[in-house]
Design a protein around this ligand. Structure first.
Ligand code: IPD
Ligand code: CA
Ligand code: CA
Length: 268
């Protein structure tokens, strides 16, 4: 599995960045935190982590395009068909509070289709990888989505909205339905790790609104390579700047999508 050069470079970058994050935990009290917008935090550590990943990637592939959450896109004037989509810390609020649930998320696309992905939780040493046509793995063990079909037996992941407050009523309608019709909801604080948990079948599905492409690109690929389904709220795979997402094993994806589309208050 790991003799794919793109994956090897992604793993090298993720591990180097992960070591930096673990070393940074002790310095959290002295870290300057900026609020990008209400409740959307970024620290110098997010930025340094992105630089570490970018250095490793562009050292190996100077002609590739690199899109990171913190510094945006850099193309080196090339028109490479390869693009790296990177969230240096997914779960920044967890990280800044000393909660160990955060990760590095890296997707590699070729002509806008993801071919490889890496999600790394350095605290728990969980390395998720996928490569097109070769499946998804967690620490080198093959993973698959769950097989549960009955929503009542399922755990569903989500993120509590903190932007776009106009959609809160629609969100609460979905939440109420799922509170009453599942085993429970989980809000972990890291969308990318929720997607990885869907891919390894420890949760059965998830829905989120208002995510960005760097939150989801790697996790989507992990889920697809693990036999799961990803879509937007319309049920197709066109994602804009804001990604409204429904993911799950094939049975639960269909049930979540139908719940979202049949509710009284729509997400508009
Ligand atoms: C956030 C996390 C969180 C989700 C937010 C994201 P960040 O990413 O994935 O779980 O609810 O919408 O922005 O800011 O930690 O990279
Ligand atoms: Ca993120
Ligand atoms: Ca981030």
């Amino acid at each position: 599995m790991n003799n794919e050069p793109l994956l090897n470079i992604g793993i090298k970058a993720a591990r180097k960045a992960g070591n930096f994050l673990i070393r940074s935990i002790d310095k959290l009290k002295n870290i300057k935190v900026l609020e990008k917008s209400t409740n959307d935090f970024v620290s110098i550590i997010d930025q340094e982590t992105e630089k570490i990943i970018k250095d490793v990637v562009l050292n190996a592939y100077p002609e590739h395009v690199f899109l990171g959450e913190e510094f945006g896109i850099s193309t080196n004037n090339s028109k490479s068909e390869f693009k790296w989509i990177v969230d240096p810390i997914d779960g920044t609020t967890n990280f800044l509070h000393g909660i160990s649930h955060f990760c590095i998320s890296i997707a590699v696309t070729k002509n806008d289709k993801t071919v490889a992905s890496i999600i790394y939780n350095p605290y728990d040493n969980l390395l998720f990888t996928s490569y097109s046509g070769k499946g998804s793995y967690c620490n080198d063990r093959r993973i698959r989505v769950s097989t549960r079909q009955n929503l009542m037996n399922c755990l569903i992941g989500t993120g509590l909205p903190f932007r776009e407050n106009d959609k809160i009523d629609a969100y609460l309608e979905t939440t109420k339905f799922l509170m009453l019709n599942t085993s429970g909801l989980r809000r972990s604080g890291s969308a990318a790790l929720d997607l990885a948990d869907v891919a390894r079948g420890i949760i059965d599905g998830a829905w989120y609104y208002g995510l960005k492409i760097w939150d989801v690109a790697a996790g989507f690929h992990l889920i697809q390579e693990a036999g799961g389904i990803i879509s937007n709220f319309e049920g197709d795979n066109n994602f804009d700047q804001e990604c409204n997402i429904v993911v799950g094993n094939p049975y639960i994806h269909a049930k979540l999508l139908s719940c979202i589309n049949s509710q009284k208050i729509q997400y508009q």
